[in-house]
Design a protein around this ligand. Structure first.
Ligand code: SF4
Ligand code: SF4
Length: 327
């Protein structure tokens, strides 16, 4: 162990990314880092065997920069940097599967919205053989976080087998964002074990609004599937419903009220509030009184109804920025 400033992705993480930047293995998926992020570990990756010697040589190059007290240029001012006691040894503990290759939704705020066909036909590969190889070699070990960052995970051909394999091998911190249009038995199993967190961004309280934002008439299916996941949940409230405020689509109190009421009816205990990113970037500093009031209204009402109802970091930053401006 050695104490220095670093992050779990530099130390023990990797991101299998297929999407706008091609098919690559990256250090992490945090593209909003002020330093630029997007640190490449293997370019043009096609799923074939990884040369681990080469992989660790590059990864340790970045680790050593942090160990020396400097900061990797691309990580400058990253919110994930922290001083900690980092373990020696070449292990991967955290993995993101960022396969933007298939989705059964067409959210207006998703970057795949501009060319859905292109993303839904991107060439991909199966990660399960690589994961099995990593586990068998003792390279990939439990202890970190596993997540999905793009597309609809349940649409991947290997999804059920992949999650079953991870659960069978002791990985118990798996986050799965899903459109919840397709029901997944392995999500149900992982939720019941308390090893899977499932999040669905429904962004609406009505069928019509859902269809307008998501480009598909599937509100009732999503509600039913979330109700089923929720009925299996372990003690730790690991079924999450999210509402991304998209100004012009769902920025009405009545819509948000219906979302809260529906969540209560189907047994969801954990709620997240967010604001659509492009709108937020344009209004980051001055805010927008109506949206800020709506955020406050939803959080206050949600917190009175549920054990957990919070805004994502950038929502809280927006509120605190507005509060500072008013002082
Ligand atoms: S410090 Fe930030 S940008 Fe750098 S690897 Fe970690 S999460 Fe990614
Ligand atoms: S469900 Fe996710 S990946 Fe699919 S369109 Fe919506 S935001 Fe994009």
């Amino acid at each position: 162990m050695a104490e220095y400033v670093s992050c779990e992705w530099i130390e023990n993480g990797m991101d299998f990314d297929v999407g706008v930047y091609g098919s690559n293995i990256m250090e992490c998926c945090y593209v909003s880092c002020p330093g630029g992020g997007n640190i490449m570990l293997k370019r043009d990756f096609d799923g074939s065997a990884i040369d681990w010697e080469e992989f660790w040589k590059l990864k340790n190059h970045y680790r050593n920069i942090q160990k020396s007290g400097q900061t990797v240029k691309e990580c400058t001012d990253c919110v994930f940097l922290r001083k900690d006691n980092w373990e020696e040894g070449n292990h991967i503990k955290s993995i993101i599967f960022d396969h933007f290759t298939k989705c059964n939704c067409d959210c207006v705020y998703c970057y795949t919205h501009d060319d859905k066909h292109k993303y839904n036909t991107l060439k991909s590969y199966n990660v399960l053989p690589i994961i099995k190889d990593m586990v068998e070699r003792g390279i990939f070990i439990p202890g970190g976080q596993i997540g999905f960052g793009g597309g609809e995970p349940t649409m991947l051909d290997e999804f059920e087998d992949l999650i079953n394999y991870l659960l069978d091998n002791g990985f118990d911190n798996i986050s799965i964002p899903t459109s919840a249009i397709k029901y997944s038995p392995v999500i149900e199993k992982g939720v019941a074990m308390g090893a899977v967190n499932v999040q669905n961004s429904i962004d609406s309280g009505r069928r019509e609004t859902f269809a307008m934002i998501k480009g598909i008439d599937a509100y009732d299916t999503v509600i039913e599937n979330m109700r089923r996941y929720s009925s299996k949940k372990a003690e730790n409230y690991n079924v999450i419903s999210k509402y991304i405020i998209c100004p012009g689509y769902n920025d009405m109190k009545r819509e948000a009220d219906l979302w809260l009421e529906t969540c209560e009816k189907i047994g969801i205990k954990m709620l997240m509030l967010s604001v659509e990113n492009i709108w937020l970037k344009a209004h980051r500093h001055e805010g927008n009184k109506r949206i800020v009031d709506l955020i406050r209204y939803i959080l206050e009402k949600g917190q009175s109804m549920f054990p957990y109802c919070e805004g994502e970091n950038h929502v809280m930053q927006l509120l605190s920025g507005v509060e500072k401006d008013n002082q």
